[in-house]
Design a protein. Structure first.
Length: 305
């Protein structure tokens, strides 16, 4: 465990705003970045994912195909407003479904995934090149990329500034870094209760929009666009669904493998309706909801200077 200061302001002028699983989330009084201190070492973080001890298991990632593909198609539609094809690297590829959809859209996909089961699934089941080590200049034989993408991964980086500099060095001239993340550093504390968990110590940082702009400027990128989506409708719907499902055990929206019977077909249809609803609340309704100081997800598109 190690104590740290704000990575942007370089001081410890912060107050505790989150306490979960014996970890302290401190918010910088100047820039509002939230960070764990004391926190796990970089070796601890790599070990966490390598041994499938993260809050979300490999099995959950691999079996979450339908919703992940819905999300991927939405994001790829945005990406292709800026670049239509080329080599695309995803950091933290999970079950690999974004990469598979990117390949279907004309991109040449590559993945980095620290979890052994997920990396094996990407390589062996999806047939996509995947490395099981953090990004550096040797990744994929010194190859450079046209797009580097990650979703809900920036909060896991042990050193975000170093990681974005690595991304910069691995991009072709005028290449893009594109990522999705939340804005927990921006939100009023009254909305914290909407989150069932902050997933400490998996998450090491929670950012504000200004933090992200600062990070990108420091590491050589110019912002093209930040797409914002309120996730309040989704969070409230998930809470409601969980209450209903907690009472009606006969209805199952989990991803457990079951034998195909008529009742299982009905359950599969219900799952798809459920996932379509979550997708609609997140990216369709969320695009039109008021967002200032409220929970939202951001899709950031930035280009290498």
């Amino acid at each position: 465990m190690e104590k740290i200061k704000c990575i942007f302001c370089n001081h410890a002028n912060a107050q505790q705003v989150i306490y979960e699983n014996d970890y302290h989330g401190k918010q910088c009084n100047d820039c509002n970045l939230i960070y764990i201190s004391p926190r796990p070492t970089v070796e601890d973080v790599i070990d966490l994912y390598g041994h499938d001890q993260a809050q979300i298991s490999a099995d959950t990632h691999i079996k979450g195909s339908y919703l992940k593909r819905l999300y991927a198609k939405h994001t790829l539609t945005l990406i292709q407003k800026y670049i239509q094809k080329g080599s695309l690297l995803e950091i933290g590829s999970g079950g690999g479904y974004f990469l598979d959809e990117a390949r279907n859209s004309g991109f040449e996909p590559y993945g980095i995934e620290l979890n052994t089961a997920q990396a094996s699934f990407i390589k062996n089941n999806l047939g996509i090149a995947c490395e099981q080590k953090p990004l550096d200049h040797t990744s994929f034989g010194h190859k450079k990329f046209d797009v580097i993408y990650h979703c809900d991964v920036i909060s896991h980086f042990h050193d975000p500034i170093k990681e974005f500099r690595s991304m910069y060095s691995k991009l072709n001239p005028h290449g893009y870094v594109i990522f999705e993340t939340g804005n927990i550093g921006d939100i009023n504390k009254e909305y914290y209760s909407l989150f069932s968990a902050f997933q400490y110590p998996d998450h090491l940082f929670f950012f504000t929009q200004d933090n992200l702009k600062n990070l990108l400027e420091q590491t050589g990128f110019k912002i093209c666009k930040i797409y914002t989506y309120s996730i309040i409708p989704q969070l409230k719907a998930l809470s409601w669904f969980h209450k209903i499902l907690g009472k009606k055990k006969s209805v199952n929206f989990s991803n457990k493998t079951v034998k195909v019977k008529q009742q299982d077909i009905s359950t599969s249809i219900l799952k798809k309706i459920y996932y379509q609803a979550i997708y609609f609340l997140r990216y369709k309704l969320g695009a039109f909801m008021p967002k200032k100081n409220r929970p939202q997800t951001l899709i950031v598109i930035a280009q290498k200077n």
